[in-house]
Design a protein around this ligand. Sequence first.
Ligand code: THU
Length: 173
Amino acid sequence: MAALTPDVPATLRHLSLRYHEFDSPDHLSPTERQVWEAARTATAHSYAPYSGFHVGAALLLEDGSLVQGTNQENAAYPSGLCAERTALFGLGGRPSPPPRIVGMSVAGRPAAGDFTPALPCGACRQVMLEYEMRQGQPIWLLLPSVGGTVLRFERLADLLPFHFSPGDLPPRL
Ligand code: THU
């Protein structure tokens, strides 16, 4: 990588990120475990004949209810949608303002096989973050990572620094 020439005025900034890494889901709280399991059971309803990767997402709402979503694929490949977004858009499309989202989790596995790491794609992170910003309350997130570990983020904003925001749009005419 080319170094900056010494006379160029630039500030080197550092970004730090906080999350917990659990050795296994056995260490989650009962509520967290419920959301974790709901994401896993959701994978049974995934429609993934093309990738063979079955993804489930679960949202825990403030009233204690759970919303599940799964990836839905299509023969015209880009027309499909990720599990995180089917869950969020399903909730967001409800006729009355839904209860706020407290936490969420994601799970993924091959059609016939055990669960694997499943981290949200960039597009899902952008969508997830806007739901968090809209409700003005952080959403925790549990993600399955390598070696059976679980990552716990306190807020979705931590997953997408330098995101695009509604404020980046020009004023409407
Ligand atoms: N997928 C998700 O459901 N969520 C993600 O965050 C990443 C990927 C799905 C999309 C596609 O159906 C399959 O996984 C393979 O990319």
